[in-house]
Design a protein around this ligand. Structure first.
Ligand code: 9MR
Length: 569
């Protein structure tokens, strides 16, 4: 089950765009250049050349050569690349390459919805299921959820939203970052004049045909939930957000959502969750204003309440220890969340109080708003920078120029990391953490923002080349996106898409991104099957390996973002 890649010529198994970069990695110890041939579906040579020797790749332990066939501009299906008598998996070269994945990667969110039946007519018969967590037995339901002991003495209706991942918990900090990326994808596409591709009736969602862009309909399902997590007026810590809601004890696999019989509990509010809510709802107010003024106003009111509550409770930290029955999502440092929330509120309202909060933040000038590993649910300053760099605002011209330059500098760092490695992955060599594929996609999105800011082709190429990594040009020859590629992940950790454990249940739907290599081997399957793995190979497509092979909203959100970017033409 481990290690050996099934092909020694690693390509994007979905394929390449006619006008995009086309590179592949060959695993070989040859010390001199080798001839390569691009063959069409009939086996005829369409292009040929010689490899570039790259040598040892630190993260994988592989010796590699590079094939660059970017100058080939033909189109077709079923190409292969052959080097030294070995052939790649087949792939396409076509302009509409990413259209299907654009819809599938976003439809993941509908399938993760809580509190609504998943319809066969939208998701396909295999994926249909009754609504989960509405209080119908055996569910205890999210409609009247009590707090953990000592946290509050009332219940809240926190139905809806997206299940986080393979589990059925709902965590504000992770929901907030994922919904931000979803809405940001639309906001960015609209600036570029490409919003029609994300518009109404582009997705398989129940709200199709309501004249609101489907991507925003999907985001609203989560935003409504996030706002339900805000403590009402008249209660202690009013305006703050509960950190999370999940089962009292971890459930086993499989557990269908409507079959979960565990009590559900609200966990203590946190400053991080409150600011995350403020950022997401401030962005909501700005982007939804053109489509639903009433909802936009509700979002803004929630954002203002959350900001005020966070200022009054600036250091209520979620601990790493609270991991029974759900993920901890602990975060010991929240000044990055303050910066992000201030940036969103400033971009939306233009008010000087938020500008002052932005410009006085240590994250406004420090380089570590962008890190080599990249932003994530506990590291959100980069999101504030992206908004300040891209959304028109009143920052002084030199300050705004500096913010924009900081995004480009970060992108240059990711491009440099890609150039150093045999598989062109925008991660540091020690970056194979839990959810490394999410970090790859996040960093690629920063590269794509640099393309928006500069118009320079190398940034578009870099973002596209990071997709190559996720879709098979990596040390395992693994497409980490289900349904896309000859050797694609299909057994991701999930309580309903648990076909590996129960043949009556489906595999994950097409477009679901696996977490990816995690060199720390943080689950029993990884520990048993992957001992001694090179960092970039610490992955197994087994449902039990939750630390390498789960799905999650904060990984599919940047995948969907990136694919929407790649599909633009
Ligand atoms: O993505 C999270 C990762 O950064 C953490 O290291 C890991 C352990 O705390 O948890 C990951 O998030 C999981 C969460 O705790 C529960 N739902 C599934 C998430 C994805 O594996």
């Amino acid at each position: 089950a481990t290690a050996a890649a099934s092909s020694a010529v690693q390509v994007n198994q979905l394929g390449y765009l006619p006008g995009g970069p086309k590179r592949a990695t060959v695993v070989t110890t040859a010390t001199t250049a080798l001839p390569w041939q691009l063959r069409d579906a009939k086996g005829a040579v369409a292009a040929s050349g010689t490899t570039a020797v790259r040598g040892a790749d630190a993260a994988s332990g592989d010796s590699t050569h590079l094939v660059d066939f970017s100058s080939y501009r033909g189109t077709g299906n079923g190409y292969t690349l052959t080097v030294d008598g070995r052939a790649s998996h087949p792939f396409d070269i076509r302009a509409d390459l990413y259209d299907g994945l654009r819809a599938d990667a976003m439809s993941f969110f509908y399938q993760q919805r809580s509190g609504i039946p998943i319809e066969a007519s939208l998701a396909g018969a295999a994926y249909a299921r009754p609504a989960g967590h509405l209080g119908v037995a055996p569910n205890k339901g999210d409609t009247g959820v009590p707090c953990q002991a000592g946290v509050c003495d009332y219940t809240r209706d926190v139905r809806g939203g997206w299940y986080d991942a393979g589990d059925q918990g709902k965590y504000v900090v992770n929901g907030g970052i994922a919904v931000w990326q979803t809405v940001n994808s639309f906001e960015r596409a609209k600036r570029a004049g490409h919003q029609a591709a994300l518009g109404d009736a582009t997705l398989r969602v129940p709200e199709r045909g309501n004249r609101v862009p489907d991507v925003l309909d999907e985001a609203r399902w989560e935003l409504e939930f996030l706002m339900r997590m805000q403590i009402p007026e008249g209660k202690p810590r009013a305006g703050m957000a509960f950190h999370k809601i999940h089962d009292a004890q971890w459930t086993g696999l499989p557990t269908r959502p409507e079959q979960d019989s565990q009590p559900r509990e609200l966990h203590a509010p946190s400053t991080a969750a409150t600011l995350n809510l403020a950022a997401a709802t401030a962005q909501c107010a700005r982007v939804f204003a053109a489509y639903d003024k009433t909802f936009a106003a509700r979002c803004l009111a929630s954002a203002l309440r959350a900001w005020t509550a966070a200022k009054a409770n600036p250091n209520v930290l979620a601990p790493d220890s609270d991991g029974t029955g759900g993920g901890a999502y602990g975060d010991a440092r929240v000044d990055d969340e303050f910066y992000w929330a201030a940036a969103e509120l400033y971009a939306t309202t233009g008010e000087s109080a938020y500008r002052d909060a932005v410009t006085s933040s240590p994250f406004h000038t420090s380089a570590d708003a962008f890190t080599p590993l990249g932003f994530a649910w506990p590291e959100t300053a980069a999101l504030g920078r992206i908004t300040l760099a891209t959304v028109p605002n009143g920052l002084a011209a030199d300050d705004r120029a500096r913010v924009r330059a900081s995004v480009v500098t970060a992108a240059d760092g990711y491009l440099a990391a890609m150039a150093r490695q045999g598989y062109a992955v925008p991660l540091p060599v020690d970056g194979y953490v839990w959810g490394s594929n999410g970090q790859v996609a996040n960093n690629a999105s920063v590269i794509a923002v640099a393309y928006e800011l500069t118009g320079q082709a190398r940034y578009r190429d870099g973002a596209l080349e990071a997709l190559d990594y996720l879709l098979g040009r990596n040390a395992l020859g693994q497409s980490y996106v289900s349904g896309y590629g000859e050797q694609a992940s299909r057994n991701q950790h999930h309580r309903f898409w648990a076909h590996q454990y129960d043949a009556s249940l489906p595999n994950p739907p097409a477009g679901s991104l696996a977490g990816g290599p995690d060199s720390a081997l943080q689950d029993p399957v990884a520990q048993e099957k992957l001992p001694g793995c090179a960092a970039a190979k610490c992955y197994i497509d087994d449902i039990g390996s939750y630390s390498t092979n789960e799905v999650a909203i904060n990984w599919n959100a940047p995948l969907a973002w990136l694919v929407a970017f790649a599909a633009e033409r």
